[in-house]
Design a protein around this ligand. Structure first.
Ligand code: NAP
Length: 242
């Protein structure tokens, strides 16, 4: 029997990440639901286990290299493989730090510390996770990496406001292309995607999409066939402009 695929999801304790964990597990993958708060991850994994889904939790803060290293050791010891990596963990710090009292987060008020925070989680976190887990994928000649980006990082539709978030997601898209290029011919497909405006703590309650809809394209990209696309930007399972 073929071995089950092992998938790692960052920021899996809530929102889109939690739903990606559920959908991947329903697709017969062993899912490692990671969360920066250990208890929150355990609780989320427990809820999925009650649905009889093959999900385990592990602590992971993507901004701390030591935390990533501990996850690498756990995955090597328990599974010896990593087939799918979903870089979902993300922050939108502009609204909380960049401007006071709900003011429009203008680029003219942006603090460099706020931009650095967005870059550290949204870009360097994803980069360091790829650096940590691609060697295992190379060993097995198989990998699917999905970076959860945003239309707010789309250059062809760039608007004002939220500069920290926008810059970080545009950089994440660039990182996707660099990775895809360096991994071409290795059967490790790297893509980036926009989930749309999704009802989560980040998206807020006025958002138009459910987490199920937000997670769908991530699962689609996680299960691409060997000749599937790499280095592309997707929404609703379709390629979109950068
Ligand atoms: P969310 O509900 O705010 O969840 C964000 C997740 O990221 C949480 O699990 C959070 O953990 C985790 N996280 C943040 N910093 C982390 C770190 N340093 N290490 C590990 N985990 C960390 O947001 P969401 O809407 O589900 O967003 C998921 C992804 O979709 C993000 O990358 C976001 O930018 C993207 N996205 C969302 C929307 C939308 O409308 N919702 C639209 C476009 C793109 P804690 O629980 O510990 O905070």
């Amino acid at each position: 029997m073929a071995q089950e695929r092992v998938a790692i999801v960052t920021g899996g304790n809530r929102g889109i990440g939690l739903e990606v964990c559920r959908q991947l597990a329903r697709n017969d993958m062993v899912v490692i639901l990671t969360s920066r708060n250990k208890e929150a991850g355990q609780k989320a994994a427990h809820d999925l286990q009650k649905e009889e889904l093959p999900v385990v939790s592990h602590q992971l803060d993507v901004v701390h290299p030591a935390s990533i290293e501990q996850l690498v050791m756990f995955v090597k010891k328990e599974y010896g493989r990593c087939d799918i990596l979903i870089n979902n963990a993300g922050i939108l710090p502009d609204t909380t730090e960049g401007s006071a009292g709900g003011e429009f987060p203008s680029v003219f008020k942006a603090k460099s510390e706020t931009i650095t925070r967005a870059m550290t989680t949204n870009v360097y976190g994803s980069l360091h996770m790829c650096q940590a887990f691609v060697p295992m994928m190379k060993k097995n000649g198989y990998g699917r990496i999905v970076n959860i980006s945003s239309g707010m990082g789309q250059l062809s539709d760039m608007n004002g406001g939220y500069p920290a978030y926008r810059l970080s997601k545009t950089a994440l898209n660039a990182l996707t292309r660099i990775l895809a290029e360096e991994l071409s011919g290795e059967n490790i497909l790297v893509n980036t995607m926009c989930p749309g405006w999704v009802k989560t703590r980040m998206g807020g309650e006025n958002a138009t999409r459910s987490v199920e809809e937000g997670a769908d394209t991530a699962v689609f990209l996680s299960t691409l066939p060997d000749n599937g696309p790499s280095g592309k930007f997707f929404r609703d399972r379709k390629e979109i402009l950068w």
